[in-house]
Ligand binder design. Structure first.
Ligand code: 3HC
Length: 700
């Protein structure tokens, strides 16, 4: 689109209508702020124009600054220093007419206007903190003046999208309408055309004077946990604080200083990368985006265990009726009870309304007979991890499911092709690997079998999005992308314990790095028996399988984690706090002795790098095999599946910051020291030799 068409001015009946037209979301890309300014100046100078309306074409008002422009030095300048301030200085009234989203620079632009009107489905917010910056177009100075300091602190430090009705109640919007937005906005503009003096948020100081400075410390305390290792949330607070201590223009200057500190920091770069990586994951190479998509109006789940129940809840939570099938009434009753209990806990915690729980439960129908699920658009098998029983399920599905139904397996490791091979329709079979708890975790790993069709891949990716998941595609191999890339991390962890580390040291290192919980404590939460069973299976199948004697010994003692009150740690009844346990230390030391290892002090740095580099190397192998399509897909999986700190971008982005060459050389040193498990991948070697980053690696 040529820059003249990005923003247009239409004068109708005394009202200047300024329309932003920069699809898909009207980001403030180069040309847009300039276009708004030019149209505004033209309308302002036109004696026929009594008032103005600023509106977005297409699906949104303005979703904010163009995030792709960050780091190029023009964002703050484009928004903060010109357009918004010019609108704010207008002597003719301007109405911002909002539909879709008014986010970041979009809401800031709207706050430069005198009035704001929105449709009921619109959302407003200042989500800059989520990409590691702060509202740099005057948002930290205007929102407190408009909605109060506490509201501004909450919105700006959380970045949440506020629905129109709530925004009206908070004073951010003047009017919410149900009919045609432009018509309502023009009517409003005519109504207020002669009102003087015009309301200007910048001079509305009543809400920012006499504020008790203690609220800023309280806010810092309240975000301390989620803002660990980050600067942006704290700069957001400082900027809002400035609105209470500085006159408006000086407040803007302070906002600018605090913004500049953030824009090019690692935190902002990591978060921007994560933002685009997540969106890039939607495109599966070789699958045309216009391949047909199966609409999902009814779903079915086979197996009412923890996973099956969580998957059924995921559909019910998003309004899709789902049947859940079990082999026996008893198992079905147990599964339904677990689902009811889960919802009841949410109601008790206040995160779910009782009526909503009833509605969600009413969408889940327990059944015993395959004939009852035949008309579902998608069926997801979620029984235990064994090939033969899974194949038996797929034979039954093949016999009953209606033509075109998607037939998916929630396996986390087994071969999709072997599962598909027992059906006459392997093209509709794919992996749909949910993460536990399935109704909470946002990652959906969508696994393409050899015969999975483009339409099936597209449909499963879309299905994930329809139930609030981040879908990431990959190819078929043992453990697929997520678990296979995570495997060496787990293995290296137990080897570090054998060599001299203790669970509490490993957890401390990883929590300090930014994980919400240490990996050893996560093991206790998930239950150690699952891994034990998998190890036994693998050891039986592979004589060279590397045993994990410490983990095995804990399980032999019935230490399965939190559920047995003991695992890697000790737990008090009714409390999830992990306590280091001398009994575990003794087991670890005993195993080291039996293995002939002289325990040594292992540095925090070595722990961090060995755990993560082991996975980086494996991820490179998965990339070179073409099972993973791009490094950013690995990162999105680690962010959403394993709790990797988002402000570090993801596993591969983090490794890129260290430098491919350094990673490769370190892995080579460990290869010489430890042997085969550290053999560097060919891709890693090639990237190191050619000085290419993981981000730019051409793979597959
Ligand atoms: N800049 C550049 N591109 C953007 C963008 C932005 N602000 N917002 C969205 N896009 C792009 C996406 O990358 C995507 O591109 P693709 O089709 O090539 O993948 C396309 O627009 C559609 O986006 P989504 O797939 O995310 O569409 P949804 O409908 O799911 O979500 C949205 C829409 C809620 C607006 C979501 O895109 C979003 O949250 N965008 C970011 C909003 C934001 O952070 N705004 C603040 C920007 S920073 C700022 O304004 C600084 C200022 O204070 C100085």
């Amino acid at each position: 689109m040529s820059s003249e068409n990005l923003v247009t001015l239409d004068v109708k009946d005394g009202i200047g209508i300024i329309t932003v037209n920069n699809p898909p979301v009207n980001a403030l890309s180069p040309g847009v702020p300039e276009g708004i300014t030019a149209c505004f100046e033209k309308a302002h100078a036109d004696p026929a124009v009594k008032a103005m309306v600023l509106i977005g074409a297409g699906r949104s008002f303005i979703a904010g600054a163009d995030i792709r422009q960050f780091g190029k030095g023009r964002v703050r300048q484009a928004i903060g220093d010109s357009t918004t301030d010019k609108l704010d200085a207008s002597t003719k009234p301007i109405v911002a007419a909002i539909h879709g989203y008014a986010l970041g620079g979009g809401l800031e632009t709207a706050m430069g206007c005198n009035y704001r009107i929105a449709v009921r489905s619109a959302k407003v917010g200042l989500p800059e903190v989520l990409i590691g910056i702060l509202p740099g177009g005057g948002g930290t100075q205007r929102l407190p003046r408009l909605a109060g300091v506490q509201v501004a602190l909450d919105m700006i430090t959380s970045g949440r999208h506020v629905p129109a009705d709530e925004a009206k109640a908070l004073g951010i919007l003047d009017e919410v309408v149900d009919g045609d937005l432009l018509t309502a906005a023009i009517a409003m503009a005519k109504r207020i055309a002669d009102i003087r003096p015009l309301p200007h948020i910048s001079s509305n100081n009543a809400r920012v004077i006499g504020i008790d400075p203690k609220i800023f410390d309280a806010q810092r305390k309240s975000i301390a946990r989620r803002a660990r290792n980050q600067k942006a949330p704290y700069n957001c607070i400082l900027a809002v604080e400035a609105s209470t201590t500085h006159p408006f223009l000086q407040g803007l200057a302070r906002e600018r200083e605090l913004f500049v500190e953030l824009e090019n920091a690692d935190e902002a770069r990591g978060l921007r990368y994560a933002f685009f990586g997540e969106r890039e994951a939607k495109n599966v190479p070789g699958i045309p985006a216009n391949a047909p998509v199966q609409a999902i109006n009814a779903a079915a789940v086979i197996g009412a265990g923890t996973m099956g129940g969580g998957i059924a809840m995921s559909f019910a939570d998003f309004g899709i009726p789902v049947k859940i099938l079990e082999a026996t009434q008893e198992a079905l009753d147990r599964g339904m009870k677990r689902i009811r209990d889960n919802y009841a806990t949410s109601v008790k915690r206040g995160s779910l309304a009782e009526g909503e729980m009833t509605a969600r439960l009413s969408r889940i129908t327990p059944v015993l007979d395959y004939a009852d699920i035949a008309d579902a658009d998608v069926v997801i098998e979620a029984i235990f991890e064994e090939m033969a029983p899974k194949q038996a399920v797929f034979r039954q599905l093949d016999a009953v499911m209606k033509p075109g139904a998607l037939m998916l397996s929630n396996t986390s490791a087994l071969n999709i092709d072997e599962i598909a091979s027992v059906t006459k329709r392997p093209e509709v079979v794919a992996g749909a690997h949910f993460f536990s708890p399935a109704n909470v975790m946002k990652l959906l790993e969508v696994v393409k079998g050899t015969e999975t069709s483009a339409a099936t891949m597209n449909s499963v990716m879309a299905m994930g999005r329809a139930i609030g998941k981040i879908s990431v595609g990959c190819g078929n191999c043992d453990g697929f992308l997520a678990n296979r890339s995570r495997g060496p991390f787990g293995m290296e962890m137990v080897i570090l314990l054998e060599e001299g580390a203790l669970p509490e040291q490993i957890d401390k290192v990883m929590v300090e790095f930014g994980y919400p919980m240490g990996p050893v404590a996560v093991g206790d939460l998930a239950g150690l028996d699952i891994g034990w069973a998998a190890r036994k299976r693998r050891a039986a199948a592979d004589p060279n399988y590397r045993k994990q004697p410490i983990s095995d010994r804990l399980c032999e003692l019935g230490r399965f984690g939190q559920k047995t009150g003991k695992g890697w740690y000790r737990y008090e009844a009714g409390d999830r706090t992990p306590h280091p346990d001398p009994e575990v230390t003794a087991i670890i030391e005993q195993v080291s002795t039996e293995m002939g290892i002289t325990r040594r002090v292992i540095s925090d740095e070595e722990i961090l790098r060995r755990l993560l580099f082991a996975s980086v190397n494996e991820a490179c192998k998965i990339l070179e095999e073409g099972i993973a399509y791009r490094a950013s897909d690995v990162d999105v999986m680690w962010l959403y599946g394993f709790g990797f700190p988002r402000y570090r971008g993801g596993l591969m982005f983090w490794a890129d910051q260290i430098g491919v060459k350094d990673v490769f050389e370190q892995i080579q040193r460990w290869h010489q020291l430890y042997g085969a498990r550290w053999a560097p991948s060919a891709l890693l070697r090639r990237l190191a030799e050619t000085g290419t980053s993981f981000k730019d690696a051409k793979v597959g």
